[in-house]
Design a protein around this ligand. Structure first.
Ligand code: HPA
Ligand code: ZN
Length: 317
């Protein structure tokens, strides 16, 4: 199965580029840019990556992102991930980035987008990897700040396919971003949102009914509502699920208890993704591998999940 997982061409649909920052690159950039990070060795970093919740992860993830300053830094970060894609036979990837994590620190919007897109263009030419970019709003910030970010994106509109919503879910429901998502849809963006990762089913319903998203990121708590399961099945709304992330952030007690294959059996359009691979102990193939090890995933299930990764992508629009 490990060979088959590696051999199959795959698409990845839920990946935060800031979450691909490996400790080695973090150290190199911290030194180059003279930024303080609270670790001395890779071993110390790995020890700190022991999370109790989404928030405990986000605190460390935002601190790590502070080493990213120049366009070249964003290029290097993205290029390293794309090399990993090549190694893992990921032929298409839809990458999220959080501009506010950087503009808040005085890094220019164009520095972030240009660095990332230069790497994406090089990967198209040299690695034969296609990609789209998804700009995510940080939901712990205000809707006004999201509107300001949408405005900043205007000159780069042709480089960004969709708008997303991430960061601290609890206490920041979809309705907080109703107007800005409405405006983004009017401007022609596709829409996605994290929902039902830690939040209950009301967050998933809100993303569907209030934000009108095309895909749900995570969505694993959907199994708490039979009507929601029927809706997701009937409409084939994609769920971009991230098994290693869910266990690492304690959204799920153990991999053996993960519901991804149960949802697949029920006919939902579920996909496998890596979320923040540098922090959660594995890239895309490792996420598929744990499903074999812990849930006994069959070859047929693997093929269906891989098929779904293309079916649920924005390539099919
Ligand atoms: N959830 C919410 N926000 C995030 C995540 C996540 O899994 N990863 C990076 N930002
Ligand atoms: Zn995510």
């Amino acid at each position: 199965m490990k060979d088959l997982i590696k051999k199959l061409p795959k698409a990845e649909l839920h990946l935060h580029i800031e979450g691909t920052l490996e400790p080695e690159l973090m150290f190199r950039l911290a030194k180059k840019n003279n930024i303080y990070i609270p670790y001395k060795t890779v071993k110390e970093v790995k020890k700190a990556y022991n999370f109790s919740s989404l928030q405990s992860f986000l605190d460390i993830y935002y601190a790590g992102a502070k080493v990213l300053i120049t366009e070249e830094d964003f290029f290097d970060l993205t290029w390293e991930y794309l090399l990993k894609c090549k190694e893992q036979n990921i032929v298409h990837t839809e990458i999220m980035f959080d501009p506010q994590t950087h503009t808040c620190r005085g890094v220019k919007f164009k520095t972030v987008v240009n660095g990332i897109t230069k790497a994406l263009e090089k990967a198209k030419d040299e690695l034969e990897i296609s990609s789209f970019l998804i700009m995510s709003f940080l939901r712990h910030l205000s809707q006004e700040e999201a509107f300001a970010t949408l405005k900043e994106a205007e000159p780069f509109k042709e480089k960004i396919i969709a708008i997303g919503l991430d960061s601290s879910e609890l206490g920041n429901p979809p309705k907080k971003f109703k107007d800005v998502f409405n405006e983004a849809k009017k401007q022609g963006y596709k829409l996605v949102a994290h929902a039902g990762e830690e939040g209950d089913v009301s967050y998933i319903w809100g993303a569907l009914d209030i934000l009108h998203v095309d895909r749900i990121d995570h969505g694993i708590r959907c199994d708490e509502d039979n009507r929601l399961i029927s809706y997701l099945k009937e409409k084939q709304v994609p769920l971009t699920i991230c098994p290693l992330s869910n266990v690492k952030l304690k959204a799920v007690k153990s991999m053996e208890k993960h519901n991804i294959l149960k949802l697949l059996k029920q006919g939902l359009n579920v996909t496998v993704n890596s979320d923040d691979p540098a922090y959660f102990g594995g890239y895309l193939n490792e996420n598929y591998e744990v499903l074999v090890e812990s849930l006994g995933m069959s070859e047929e299930e693997l093929k269906r999940l891989v098929e779904n990764s293309f079916k649920a992508s924005f390539l099919s629009i």
